[in-house]
Design a binder for this molecule. Sequence first.
Ligand SMILES: CC(C)(COP(=O)(O)OP(=O)(O)OC[C@H]1O[C@@H](n2cnc3c(N)ncnc32)[C@H](O)[C@@H]1OP(=O)(O)O)[C@@H](O)C(=O)NCCC(=O)NCCS
Length: 405
Amino acid sequence: MLKFRHVREEELDAFWDAMSVAFAFDRDKEDEDHIYKIFEKDRMIAAFDESHLVGTFGAFSLNMTVPGGALPTAGTTIVTVLPTHRRSGALTGMMNAHFDEVIDKGEPLAALWASEAPIYGRFGYGAAADEAAVEISSDRISFEDIDREVSVRIVGLEDALTIFPPIFEAFRLQRAGTFVRSADWWRHKRLRDPKEERRGATAQRLAVAYRGEDPVGYIQFRTKDEWSRGGVPIGAVTIDELIGIDVAAELALWNFIANMDLMTTVKMRGRPIDDPLLWTLVDPRHLSRTISDGLWVRVMDVPAALSGRRYQSDGSIVLRIDDPFRPALGGTFKLDVEGGLGLCQPSDLEPALTLDASQLGTVYMGGRSIAEMAAAGTIQLDGDTAIEADRLFRWTPGPWCPDVF
Ligand SMILES: CC(C)(COP(=O)(O)OP(=O)(O)OC[C@H]1O[C@@H](n2cnc3c(N)ncnc32)[C@H](O)[C@@H]1OP(=O)(O)O)[C@@H](O)C(=O)NCCC(=O)NCCS
């Protein structure tokens, strides 16, 4: 019989051993030292078979941007179960222990990145924000208009640790799905540059875009030197992060990358779906995009979560939320929006819309269409109500999470 509880200091070694087996990596003391700078040991949960640690689970206490605001969010992470104990309820047990803790802490949301799409819907998480992996030939990065006032300078790590965070902070408030990065997050995660991440490319390069003397954007990238058999340079730039406080700053950074000698291809894994490149490239057809799910969201407290975001139009709707995994979190609620501010309370009225917890997580950040889900038959709803519900829930810009955690 499996048991689930928080991990004790003396069990951390077994915790890492188990995680390294299920996640297929070799343990590395230096990695662990960095990770402990951002991990919250008191949120690490494990599954035990007698005294044997067989499953791992953790959470970050995040402050996540939601449409028009920010809410405390449990960032679920390091979920693994040993192959010897898979499909015997270990994840389900750890998830229950985690949800008890989230409810205790009063976090209205939980969020995660899923290694595989079928795992988390049953626990009430929904795929809320997609992302795109993009690739384009350097010579196809061309814009009608470039802000010539912006210049780019290469900087070192220590400068980046001071200059990047305020730029990200200005950007973060505009994008649901982002979250506050602590100084440790910057140093030990975002700008950490372990050798195994390089995959044949250089160490990371860091650069800042300045408008006059004001830093307005930054980029983190690597280059890979490559030559054709005939001696033609065919190097590739891989961008890890590119952030501007406005689109002009971002385009100046793309332009800088496009003009790097010896490089002919530019790749970036996580771009928002509503990428300004789609509207600003002279020939956007050359931008190849592969779309996949990014951030998954779980609403843990319906009234707090729906009252805690803003809305782009006013109105009212009565919703029923079915929550098969934690039925007590579901129920019927009325959302009233006035002046963009929402008030959500339990209600006895007849619901106009029924969603399961996972569907609520999917639409919560404003990036999904309830009408599209109704048209696909996954929500039973007449067309007018679906359009009305979309009018309330949709939010621009769409959600995007640049941090995989
Ligand atoms: C994903 C993982 C944690 C699941 O753990 P587990 O203990 O086997 O899960 P449970 O036994 O609690 O499964 C609960 C339910 O989810 C289903 N499920 C679990 N993992 C699944 C998967 N990868 N795909 C589809 N269904 C899955 C189970 O079949 C079970 O369904 P049932 O209740 O209808 O029988 C485990 O397989 C694992 O460690 N995988 C490798 C690491 C990984 O991908 N971790 C996730 C990181 S985001």
